[in-house]
Design a protein around this ligand. Sequence first.
Ligand code: ZN
Length: 311
Amino acid sequence: MYRGRFAPSPTGNLHAGSLVAALASYLDARSHKGHWLVRIEDIDGPRCIDGAANHILKQLSLCGLHTNDNVVFQSARSSLYQQSLDQLIAKGLAYPCACTRKEIEEQQAALGLSLERHKAAVYPGTCRDGLNGKPARAWRFNVAKWCLLRGSPVVDWHDRRLGPQSQNVSEEVGDFVLKRADGLWAYQLAVVVDDAAQGITHVVRGQDLTDNTARQILLQEALGLSRPQYLHTPLVLGVNGEKLSKQNGAQALDLSSPMAVWMAMQSAASALGLSPLPHPAEPHASLSEALTNWTQEWSQSNMASPLKIEA
Ligand SMILES: [Zn+2]
């Protein structure tokens, strides 16, 4: 049984870009006659905005994107994440780290590694063999050790739109954080645990998240969880050519009238390469018809074509 999800962070309202990802995951679920779930990714409490989660749910409902199940909030699932961290610790695949961000940059410089602009530092594994009496700050996944056990440092995976992908997580990311120094759960662990707990078979999300997939696959393997199929949707660019995001002040979606909703949905559909539909006399009634048409079109498009099974 197909189970897909849309998983927004309530750090702001839906914008044109997140509506594209929502619509894609919804159409993919419907075209596979599956379930479409909504998960609010509110683990990063300090970055979440009061009321945003409810607003997002209202926006989805205005757009006719109705979930088949109860909405799940990550902030209520801490004990699940702890269980998985405990499993990794028991398997010797997670370890405490005492380094500050500044120390990691210094360790990198000492190793002669240059830090690319806008790129997170590759953690050089300083605390892998112990903390030398320093207090633990964060918990990290032992990528190097897991890659030895799985027999390859390279994660190969298939994206339904982008094709074959591959990443050497050890070299490009290093031992990544599972639980942060401020006590918050890291995105990678929470997503993997929740996708498994919710029985997600297909992940459809924005292309900006492509880069996280290899890390998530390593965690799935180490925790003995199955790997969903992945599809990363095209990004919507703003007038300045940059990806639309809450951070760069993407304009709020105008969903103030049935016609405004219709227009917003038309542009989301066209970003996915689906046919625009003529302006209806009754936009509200026509929205569900449009979703049915797009579902049909989606099932005939490449993105919904028979999926390759991972080796
Ligand atoms: Zn460290």
